[in-house]
Design a protein around this ligand. Structure first.
Ligand SMILES: Cc1cc2nc3c(=O)[nH]c(=O)nc-3n(C[C@H](O)[C@H](O)[C@H](O)COP(=O)(O)OP(=O)(O)OC[C@H]3O[C@@H](n4cnc5c(N)ncnc54)[C@H](O)[C@@H]3O)c2cc1C
Length: 421
């Protein structure tokens, strides 16, 4: 693979979500030409927060995005209660934080999305967002180039990354039998101002995370936005009617939320009562059996398109970020167009087993009985991982076995530390 006349690859990414934008930045930083096609004309302001665990923080720092510069909050203490308020477990996160190579954060989802969008534009990614760019198909998977079709147009490149989310259209090209299945649960999500939460549970240093768990429902609440807000996720048996249009979320009903959790302790109910009808949303939680493969020729799936996540371990976005990091390792500047198919297979080798294993841990964490809510059991595997190092190790081994060399040559733009090959 030592290429005497290296050219950038022309890469098309479908979907400007967290995974698509992360991959676009990382691959552009490698020196490739990257276009992102997004069907939604604006970044959806979902007004909710998410976990950025240490394994995801490492990926973001490599992209040049530091969550601490975007009002993210470091957790201090995690307290798990029964639904009637007895303490089941308390964990000092600050004391444990030295165990991981990067900090753990709670971050507003829209802030992360905006930071990714800005970084992508700053490094020269071509991001187009319009209903016109609703990608409908892909052709030439095993040819010399690959073409995506959208609206009235088409675009040709050396490879396509399908980062089109949980409802992925391109997933069907790789895995025609894949099907999303209801998990049996849905989740209310909303934010409340910290100043409205009664003082009893609050800690001076902020960074609180509380979980109240009943037999078949739970409420997760954590600090975010510079400790000015709390993010709430209230998961319960799904009893809603879901039409096609609100398949990915719809407005929630405050009275229904309160009656669903009526048996919960007052500390929890007092916070649920702060939900505002204008911002309360409810999401149906969908799952999918693991795919046998994420790659077909010049097309690779990434993020929720490859592995949709239930929310019980806060790893959905992290795994999309790890996918992006891995792609950047196996596709350095200098890879030739006719080598793309085998490098995408290598990406799958790096990522598939870990993402599927975390999906399975997530399902176990979400069980009503059994290990239940004990997230800490899986924390070392989830958190203690550096995808840049992991993928680089696999690439090095592969090069040895194949007696091949993959070299970074004459990169344009800043170099990713993970690409030391
Ligand atoms: C409300 C909410 C809260 C969440 N909270 C957490 C959390 O706390 N922790 C966590 O780790 N994860 C969380 N997740 C999950 C996490 O956001 C996803 O795992 C992550 O966003 C996956 O990124 P993605 O890029 O694969 O997909 P997405 O972010 O869903 O992006 C997919 C993009 O593709 C676009 N698209 C779809 N089809 C097409 C098409 N045909 N053509 C062009 N564009 C298309 C969509 O418009 C979208 O912009 C949450 C998700 C939601 C919705």
């Amino acid at each position: 693979m030592a290429n005497p006349n290296p050219n950038p690859l022309s890469i098309i990414i479908v979907g400007a979500g967290i995974g698509g934008l992360s991959a676009a930045i990382a691959l552009r930083q490698n020196g490739h030409t990257v276009s992102v096609l997004e069907k939604s004309p604006y970044i959806k302001d979902l007004g909710v927060a998410m976990h950025i665990p240490p394994n995801a923080t490492g990926c973001l720092l490599t992209l040049g995005i530091d969550p601490s510069e975007h009002n993210a909050v470091k957790p201090s203490v995690l307290t798990q209660f029964t639904h009637n308020g007895e303490v089941m477990h308390r964990e000092d996160i600050v004391a444990k934080s030295g165990m991981w190579q990067h900090p753990w954060y709670f971050m507003n989802r829209s802030s992360l999305h905006r930071a990714l969008r800005k970084k992508a534009e700053d490094v020269g990614v071509n991001v187009v967002m319009d209903a016109e760019f609703n990608v409908t198909g892909v052709e030439g998977l095993h040819g010399e180039s690959v073409t995506v079709k959208y609206g009235s147009g088409m675009k040709t490149g050396d490879l396509v990354i399908a980062a089109d989310g949980i409802g992925s259209r391109l997933r069907g090209v790789v895995a025609p039998d894949a099907k999303l299945v209801p998990s049996g649960k849905s989740a209310y999500r909303f934010m409340v101002a910290r100043s409205l939460v009664s003082k009893g549970l609050l800690r001076e240093e902020g960074g609180e995370m509380w979980i109240w768990k009943g037999p078949d429902r739970r409420v997760v609440c954590y600090a975010t936005e510079d400790n000015q807000s709390f993010n709430l996720v209230a998961i319960h048996p799904d009893s809603d009617d879901w039409s096609e249009k609100d398949r990915w979320g719809k407005p929630g009903d405050v009275q229904k939320l309160l009656s669903t959790f009526s048996g919960f302790t007052d500390d929890c109910l007092d916070i649920l009562k702060l939900a505002e009808p204008q911002t309360l949303m409810i999401w149906r939680l969908l799952d999918m059996l693991p795919l046998d493969t994420w790659v077909k020729g010049r097309l690779a799936l990434l993020g929720d398109a490859a592995h949709p996540f239930l929310p019980y371990q806060g790893q959905g976005a992290s795994q999309a970020l790890e996918d992006a990091t891995s792609l950047a390792v196996v596709l350095p500047f200098g890879v030739k167009p006719d080598e793309v198919e085998e490098m995408l297979k290598l990406y799958e080798t790096c990522r598939l087993e870990r993402a599927h294993r975390i999906q399975e841990y997530t399902r176990i964490s979400g069980q009503d009985h059994g290990q239940g809510v004990d997230m800490s059991k899986y924390t070392p595997y989830n958190f203690g991982h550096d995808e840049g190092q992991h993928s680089s190790g696999i690439l090095q081994k592969w090069m040895g076995e194949m007696e091949r060399e993959v070299k970074r040559e004459n990169p344009i733009g800043p170099i990713l530390p993970c690409n030391s090959v």
